[in-house]
Design a protein around this ligand. Structure first.
Ligand SMILES: [Zn+2]
Length: 308
């Protein structure tokens, strides 16, 4: 297996203040743990390019792009764009790198240059709505990549799996009426962004779970609800919104997953991808705010992707 890691130093330059949990140290913690686990050298390290605006515009309106661009060009000030999210002078470039990583990884996987990829990027994406950034997210990296796979590369069906603890409201909104996309997730409810869960349909298996939910319950949910829908849908490629904030050590939420649960979920997704999608998987970092738990969970996820 050739598993690539996409990242870029620009993703460390975007920051929203010392107190903010979505911080550059998250990417450093991931890099450190990949080295500690002795798997860093086994991965294909790739530089995230800047996304083309045409790729961004497949999922986002001019208003969303204008807000992401509305930062100052100099100085160290922060410009809030919602209650949880602000821009500094590096944010727009970082957002283009994050989306660009997802698009480049999609091309490399479809072209057969690599088997699968993990994008260690920030800002994250799954709260970003088509018309407006939101909740630490500027552009919806996974949604931009999925639209690239469908509209630029001609794939007919893709699945988006979101195991972040928060509801991927931006992704759900982007694809709620698109039969080419199956979205499967669980999310703690009620919790930010406090969107009301939409009914489960064959194309939308987004399952709310209460605080305190542990790995055994999540695994059963995956077995009973995600996997049958994925087998029936037969995706040609799978995207993962890989948030690790459902970990029991993460203080931004109250679920009880551990590293082994992330490894197990990744193995299930690998099995679906092998059977239906020629193994094609692109995974993008979303949340995960306890630095140690985040790094250890990414190691578990990437080891499963790389079959190490
Ligand atoms: Zn999250």
């Amino acid at each position: 297996m050739t598993t690539a890691i996409y990242s870029h130093p620009d993703c460390l330059r975007h920051e929203m203040g010392e107190w903010h949990p979505e911080c550059p140290a998250r990417l450093q913690a991931i890099a450190d743990q990949l080295i500690n686990a002795h798997i860093d050298g086994l991965l294909d390290h790739r530089v995230a390019p800047l996304a083309d605006l045409a790729a961004i515009a497949r999922n986002h309106t001019p208003n969303a792009i204008a807000i992401a661009q509305s930062q100052p060009h100099e100085g160290d000030d922060y410009y809030p764009i919602d209650g949880d999210t602000s821009l500094n002078r590096h944010s727009y470039t970082a957002a283009l790198r994050a989306a660009g990583a997802a698009v480049a990884a999609t091309d490399a996987v479809i072209d057969g240059a690599i088997d699968n990829a993990f994008c260690a990027v920030r800002p994250p994406g799954h709260h970003a709505r088509p018309s407006v950034p939101m909740g630490f997210c500027l552009f919806n990296n996974v949604a931009v990549a999925a639209r690239h796979a469908l509209d630029a590369r001609g794939l007919r069906r893709v699945a988006i799996i979101d195991f972040d603890v928060h509801h991927g409201n931006g992704t759900e909104e982007a694809f709620r009426d698109d039969p080419r996309v199956l979205m499967a997730s669980f999310f703690q409810h009620p919790l930010y962004p406090y969107t009301e869960p939409l009914p489960v349909t064959p194309n939308r298996i987004n399952v709310p779970v209460p605080a305190g939910t542990r790995g055994d319950v999540v695994r059963q949910l995956v077995q009973d609800q995600w996997l049958p829908a994925l087998h029936a849908f037969k995706p040609e490629m799978i995207f993962i919104s890989a948030g690790f904030d459902a970990h029991r050590e993460d203080d931004l939420a109250g679920m009880g997953l551990v590293e082994a649960d992330y490894a197990w979920m990744t193995e299930q997704i690998m099995d679906i991808a092998r059977r239906h999608a020629r193994g094609r998987i692109v995974s993008c970092l979303e949340g995960g705010y306890n630095l140690s738990a985040l790094g250890r969970s990414v190691v578990a996820h990437v080891k499963a992707l790389a079959e190490i």
